[in-house]
Design a protein around this ligand. Structure first.
Ligand SMILES: [Zn+2]
Length: 259
């Protein structure tokens, strides 16, 4: 019985660490407090978790070179509350400054930056699963811009997670990767958590957004699917690269990484 309990705790700690980096440690701390108090406190973990999320981790992460992105800013915001709640919206100070500056420049064009997965608060090399490369604070995924069914600019995004709603699911370049045996290539189609809005890609605004990100000297590369690079007429932009078949397809979001 004791062994089962220990196994249960270890499993929870492992899952929380993979999903949130800090959550496993908070679970351990909550467990320790419950044992010390000799009482099962059902609310210890959620309260402790929130305190760590909002008050404790942001100031500790800063001297380690990672800052939390804004949550309630209309022009630079997460796709949903899961990203900040799971500690997945940390970047280097440079990347934060770049995004804030871009958001300010895009504001007059009525373009807002909606971010998805960024990085965890601590430790270079600790990957933010399932993105192996999001491990140094210098990478972030950003949503495209969309039009509603009447062809009007929308601030909405197609899927709940922000991932998996491909612009053209039958596009041949992704088919090629799948045909070559890279089964994971369109795996994000299972990670939408629901397609809730019927939207079309807003090509001009998405292009302006990408152009703005390209303008910064800090920008090292941007990943989008080759067919989008072509249809957005960004073919001469050397910083826009194809990520290769070993990654997942990028016609549902932009991947930005800085130097
Ligand atoms: Zn990415």
């Amino acid at each position: 019985m004791k062994f089962l309990k220990l196994f249960g705790h270890l499993t929870i700690i492992l899952i929380l660490t993979v999903l949130t980096q800090v959550g496993g440690l908070v679970w351990l701390l909550a467990l320790f407090i419950s044992i010390k108090l000799k009482k099962k406190k059902r609310f210890t973990f959620p309260i402790l978790y929130l305190v760590f999320n909002v008050l404790i981790i942001p100031p500790i992460a800063k001297p380690f070179g990672r800052e939390q992105l804004p949550i309630f800013n209309d022009y630079l915001k997460p796709r949903n509350w899961v990203y900040p709640l799971f500690f997945r919206n940390y970047v280097t100070s440079d990347l934060k400054a770049l995004l804030e500056n871009s958001a300010t420049n895009l504001k007059p064009l009525n373009i807002s930056i909606t971010y998805l997965d960024a990085n965890f608060p601590f430790k270079d090399g600790f990957p933010l699963m399932p993105h192996l490369s999001h491990n140094d604070g210098k990478k972030i995924d950003i949503s495209f811009m969309y039009l509603d069914k009447h062809g009007k600019s929308s601030t909405k995004k197609p899927s709940v997670s922000g991932y998996g709603a491909f612009v053209d699911s039958n596009n041949i370049s992704s088919e090629n990767c799948l045909n070559k045996g890279y089964w994971q290539y369109d795996f994000t189609k299972y990670m939408t958590f629901g397609i809730i809005n019927n939207l079309k890609l807003d090509k001009p605004k998405t292009k302006l957004l990408i152009k703005e990100l390209l303008d910064s000297n800090l920008t090292e590369k941007i990943f989008i699917e080759p067919y989008l690079k072509e249809s957005l007429k960004l073919i001469n932009e050397t910083k826009i690269r194809f990520h290769g078949c070993q990654a997942v397809r990028h016609d549902d979001h932009i991947h930005l990484q800085i130097k």
